[in-house]
Design a protein around this ligand. Structure first.
Ligand code: FAD
Length: 318
């Protein structure tokens, strides 16, 4: 049995969520074959997937695939599954991975499951847990078809390095102009060095910060922690922060290892975007603020006292 893993990259580096997908596939058992599309990732980076459990990496060196064209990607993955005799495709539940997974599942007549949060239970069939209702509940799902397409959420598998290197091979699927009928004409990148959806640590501010002139302390803390910055919806609605930082049900959904919420009340619509974070730290001057119920650690105090002290303490600890 071979499991195919679609790996995504940014600026020449394999994304962490794709490393998790490789680890996830390795945990299923059988051979793990990764596939990377486009020409932006070099062979040594691809070979490094062996360190996470891949025995082989297929690379599809076609410049047209440097952009995430959903139809073309689905066509390539479909051909790779068939060619490698793979029963299972694992990929990250991303803005690219999720629509691609749906198209591949149709082409392969496969069981499809997205938003998967844990390794499968294969003791009796093939069962997975998926997050539903914006993370407020889980559905236990059985995949009954011979072929399966599994899109995993961030943190569904804990990254383990096992050493080793994977063989990198060229894979040449048949692609026609019709696969590229949706053209990406440009990409406007959000500002900030660390992208919010990918961030390992997020420092987020709410209306409790009183105004945009007070965001310096959030940015200082974020810089110290090498974190991305986020905010609540009203903060971006009023224009204190850019819209791409708005976290929640109607904004970006984040799954960092650490989410620090400062001066945010913890309304359900905000929690819907952060409840897959591994650890949540809340700083709020109202000890009855609902966010404390969702927090792993809470500081009941004035953000204007707490945050500069926290940043200083972190600096001193380094
Ligand atoms: C359909 C719908 C969708 C929505 N989607 C989203 C969404 O995606 N994301 C989102 O965030 N919201 C969303 N909302 C809005 C949401 O319901 C809340 O209104 C919003 O999250 C509140 O933002 P806040 O916590 O920053 O502000 P507030 O509710 O005003 O809370 C401010 C908090 O700061 C604390 N505070 C005040 N001063 C200090 C201080 N000096 N130090 C420390 N703490 C202090 C207060 O105690 C309070 O808890 C949505 C609402 C609707 C109806």
């Amino acid at each position: 049995m071979a499991t195919l893993v679609f790996v995504e990259s940014a600026e020449g580096k394999i994304k962490k969520t794709s490393l998790e997908a490789v680890v996830y596939a390795a945990a299923i058992g059988g051979d793990v074959i990764a596939i990377a599309l486009g020409t932006e990732v070099d062979d040594s980076e691809l070979a490094g997937l062996g360190n996470y459990g891949a025995i082989k990496v297929l690379k599809v060196s076609d410049d047209r695939l440097n952009q995430g064209v959903i139809q073309a990607y689905a066509n390539v993955l479909n051909q790779a599954m068939t060619s490698m005799g793979s029963d299972i495709l694992v990929l990250a539940n991303s803005s690219l991975g999720t629509p691609v997974s749906a198209r591949v599942a149709i082409k392969q007549d496969a069981s499809l499951v997205t938003n998967v949060t844990e390794l499968p239970d294969t003791s009796n069939g093939f069962k997975v847990k998926r997050s539903i209702y914006t993370g407020k509940a889980f559905a236990n799902v059985e995949l009954t078809k011979a072929r399966k397409v599994i899109a995993i959420k961030k943190n569904a598998a804990e990254i383990k390095e096992i050493g080793g290197s994977a063989a990198v091979e060229e894979f040449s699927p048949e692609l026609t102009d019709s696969d590229f009928e949706v053209a990406i004409t440009g990409v406007d990148k959000a500002t900030g060095d660390i992208l919010l959806p990918e961030a390992e640590i997020v420092v987020s501010g709410g209306r409790g910060l009183k105004g945009p002139e007070n965001w310096g302390m959030i940015e200082d803390l974020a810089q110290e922690l090498e974190a991305a910055t986020g905010c609540s919806k009203p903060v971006s609605d009023i224009g204190w922060r850019p819209h791409h930082e708005h976290v929640g049900q109607t904004g970006v959904k984040v799954s960092p290892t650490l989410y620090i919420a400062v001066g945010i009340s913890g309304a359900i619509q905000h929690l819907a975007g952060v409840n897959s974070s591994k650890y949540i730290v809340v700083v709020n001057k109202d000890e009855e603020a609902p966010f404390f119920k969702a927090a792993d650690y809470g500081i009941a105090g004035d953000a204007f006292d707490v945050i500069p002290k926290l940043t200083e303490a972190l600096k001193a600890a380094r």
